[in-house]
Design a protein around this ligand. Structure first.
Ligand code: IMP
Ligand code: MG
Length: 178
């Protein structure tokens, strides 16, 4: 069992790097075929999604663009429900198919904030790709079109996800040992 310690907490490996890589290839393939011939703008949600966005985007074979927005809702190991926008959508997304790339969908507050903002713009459509999804924590009805892995309602780190800013550089996903 691979374990890591970050600050005051212990975590156990839950999804190994190779499994993450395979799943991302499947998602990329699905997007490549679903959006063939379409104008797509990927929108990564910083900070957590930077690694997933990078690995997913390098496997995209469309003439696509990528941009990032910065939203923050987490304080420690809990979602605060209060989503702050730190960098907005600057890209021209008019009449484009927007694919949101997020690391994890927990309560869905962050996702709802960005989807509501996009719905005020004249976009061709909005889809959601999220590496991790916590169905038990999800409070919204927005469909997750490209979910990587459904996971229990536990706190995880690694592959872009952090605990108090640390752990993002771990190449696998680790879950908190309670
Ligand atoms: P939501 O708004 O509650 O859906 O939370 C979404 C954001 O909170 C994600 O994009 C992550 O950045 C962060 N987050 C949610 N769950 C976790 C977790 O288990 N570990 C680390 N960050 C998380
Ligand atoms: Mg995030």
């Amino acid at each position: 069992m691979k374990e890591v310690i970050i600050l005051d907490r212990k975590f156990r490996e839950m999804i190994p790097e190779s499994t993450i890589g395979k799943r991302i290839s499947e998602i990329a393939e699905a997007i490549n075929s679903d959006f063939a011939g379409k104008e797509v703008v990927f929108l990564g949600i910083l900070n957590g999604a930077f690694m997933f966005a990078s690995d997913l985007f390098r496997q995209i074979r469309l003439d696509a663009r990528i941009s990032f927005v910065k939203l923050a809702s987490y304080e420690g190991t809990r979602s605060s429900g209060n989503v702050r926008e730190l960098i907005g959508v600057n890209e021209d997304i008019t009449n484009k198919h927007v694919i949101i790339i997020d690391d994890i969908i927990d309560t869905g507050h962050t996702l709802e904030t960005i989807v509501e903002e996009l719905s005020k713009r004249k976009v061709a459509g909005v889809k959601v790709a999220a590496l991790l999804f916590k169905p038990e924590a999800y409070l919204k009805n927005i469909p997750i079109d490209y979910p990587g892995f459904n996971i229990p309602n536990d706190f995880v780190v690694g592959y872009g996800l952090d605990y108090e800013g640390f752990g993002r550089n771990l190449t696998s996903i680790y879950t908190l040992i309670k």
